[in-house]
Design a protein around this ligand. Structure first.
Ligand SMILES: C[S@@+](CC[C@H](N)C(=O)[O-])C[C@H]1O[C@@H](n2cnc3c(N)ncnc32)[C@H](O)[C@@H]1O
Length: 298
């Protein structure tokens, strides 16, 4: 995608484009711009006519996207959490949008940079902030939260059945030394359970929970879905790509509620899933689910 080889393969691109249906002359908002993979597909369909706004809370990624998309002249790039998208639109004097995309979670660009601390497979500081200007990071959570709070986040955000055991091990370990690195945490978890080949790594859910808590991901999504639906023009579409059940549940329940209120019409009665071919080519797509709804004219 760029000359530096900074690539994030957009997940389910053709399915997303056919649901979002980008049309020249209209207004589209990418809430999770990342390196701009989906954005490029949307912009191609828009044929350089209309307005495209790309948000990301990660300033470094936003810079990469603006380079990758420099040949399109209808783009506006904004460093903002998506929960504040309405304020961004207000500042730009854009009253309504015709489509919005959420591609949730982290980008492979963020995962691949060990110093960002997202991966339990690479040594790095336990950071996990998508927005580096934010104060609290994963180290603060791990060292300052009480055992009960750790249990709660591992259960709620990781759906981890061994939450109590892992939280206890972390609290015991931090009495001896401060927890600072990704591999240090992975090792503490590993010592509690034996890693069986072919099974998911035992630290997967703890890392997911810490990331969600650090970035307040579920609150962000809940707030953003509600706020942005108010900005959708009649017939405007909202597409959500989620990667775990917690995110998917929020999108599903939100669409259901708004559909019962007559505000949205659900266009995917069941989530659209990736093809077998895509999951082979891009393993990250394996857990993806796409849901779409359309603003009614009421
Ligand atoms: C999965 S990637 C998006 C990849 C992109 N669709 C592409 O094709 O290149 C998710 C991106 O959303 C950003 N992000 C996640 N949560 C966000 C939030 N609450 N507000 C703004 N950006 C967010 C992340 O920083 C990351 O760059």
């Amino acid at each position: 995608m760029s000359e530096q080889g900074k690539v994030h393969l957009p997940v389910m691109l053709s399915e997303v484009l056919s649901l979002l249906n980008p049309t020249p002359g209209r207004v589209y908002l990418d809430m999770t711009l990342g390196a701009g993979g989906h954005a490029q597909g949307i912009l191609e369909k828009m044929q350089n006519q209309g307005t495209f706004i790309g948000l990301d809370r990660d300033a470094e990624i936003l810079k990469i996207a603006s380079e990758n998309l420099s040949s399109y002249n209808i783009c506006h790039f904004c460093h903002s959490p998506f929960s504040k998208a309405s304020q961004v639109l207000k500042k730009m004097s854009i009253p309504q949008i015709d489509g919005v995309l959420f591609d949730l979670g982290v980008s492979s660009l963020q995962l691949d940079q060990s110093q960002r601390g997202f991966s339990f497979q690479k040594e790095g500081p336990l950071d996990m902030r998508m927005d580096k200007s934010q104060e609290k990071n994963a180290t603060d959570i791990l060292n300052k939260y009480s055992e009960e709070e750790l249990v709660r986040i591992f259960r709620e955000f990781g759906e981890e059945s061994r939450a109590f055991r892992f939280a206890r091990a972390i609290v015991e370990a931090r009495k001896k030394f401060p927890l600072k690195s990704t591999l240090q945490l992975a090792q503490i978890i590993n010592q509690e359970v034996s890693f069986r080949k072919g099974k998911i790594h035992p630290a997967t859910k703890v890392f997911q929970a810490l990331r969600i808590e650090t970035n307040r991901e579920l609150e962000e999504l809940t707030m953003a879905l509600d706020a942005i639906t108010r900005k959708l023009a009649p017939g405007g579409r909202i597409v959500v790509i989620s990667f775990h059940s917690l995110e998917d549940r929020i999108a599903k329940q939100f669409f259901k509620k708004k559909s019962s209120e007559g505000v949205l019409e659900i266009l995917t009665s069941k989530p659209t899933l990736p093809t077998r071919e895509e999951t082979k080519q891009n393993p990250r797509s394996r857990s993806a689910k796409v849901r779409c709804a359309q603003r009614t004219s009421t």
